[in-house]
Design a protein around this ligand. Structure first.
Ligand code: GRF
Length: 202
């Protein structure tokens, strides 16, 4: 195998998508990319435990530790340079990256959002709030979207979407669980493999 795309996964919480990406390497779904670094905005995130269990370096980089946005950005940019990162994968990362940071990595930052963008997306739609809104609206389908991160919240080019049913008896937590396990954990590693293959050029 030739060179692999060097991936950084940015997390803030449970890290189940991080886990799915790591499992995809073991299962050979992810073959053209390799997670080289996990960046967490939260030292206590369970995703940090998962990363350490996998033997991965973890960088805890928190906005509150820096006096200015520029210094914070510089810390992130430095980490990307130190690990020669080709692809930044946001997976439950609860910070909005600055326009300055994002502009450094055009089409090299991806995110997954737990709805069918443009529905239930943008400012204020995160975590269980997304699924509460889905249930309140009474829609019959939901899903997840993988897209390129730009400086418009949830507004970058869509790379992939997949759908799950929403049942009348569903609670928001049921939709969240269905979207996460049936779509996110399967779709995200596949898209990351596709992008990694493009990056390494074979
Ligand atoms: C996922 O639902 C993802 O779509 C959203 O945040 C959640 C992260 O879950 N951006 P996890 O930390 O990967 O378990």
């Amino acid at each position: 195998m030739k060179k692999k795309a060097r991936i950084a996964v940015f997390i803030s919480g449970n890290g189940s998508n991080l886990q799915a990406i790591l499992d995809a390497t073991r299962k050979q779904v992810l073959r053209h990319g390799q997670v080289e670094l996990v960046v967490s905005s939260n030292a206590d995130a369970y995703g940090v435990v998962r990363a350490r269990q996998a033997g991965l370096p973890v960088a805890i980089i928190r906005g509150k530790d820096y006096a200015t946005q520029d210094e914070y950005d510089n810390a992130l940019i430095r980490a990307m340079g130190d690990y020669r990162i080709d692809l930044i994968v946001l997976a439950g990362y609860m910070n909005i990256l600055s326009a300055r940071f994002v502009s450094q990595y055009p089409q090299r930052i991806v995110n997954i959002h737990p709805s069918l963008i443009p529905a239930f997306s943008g400012k204020g739609y995160y975590g269980i709030k997304v699924h509460q809104a889905v249930v309140a609206a009474g829609v019959k389908i939901s899903g997840a979207t993988v897209y390129y991160v730009t400086d418009v919240c949830d507004g970058g080019k869509i790379l992939a979407q997949e759908v799950v049913p929403v049942y009348d008896t569903d609670r928001p937590e049921d939709v969240q669980h269905r979207v996460l396990t049936q779509v996110e954990h399967v779709l995200y590693p596949r898209v990351i493999e596709r992008l990694s293959e493009e990056i390494v050029g074979n």
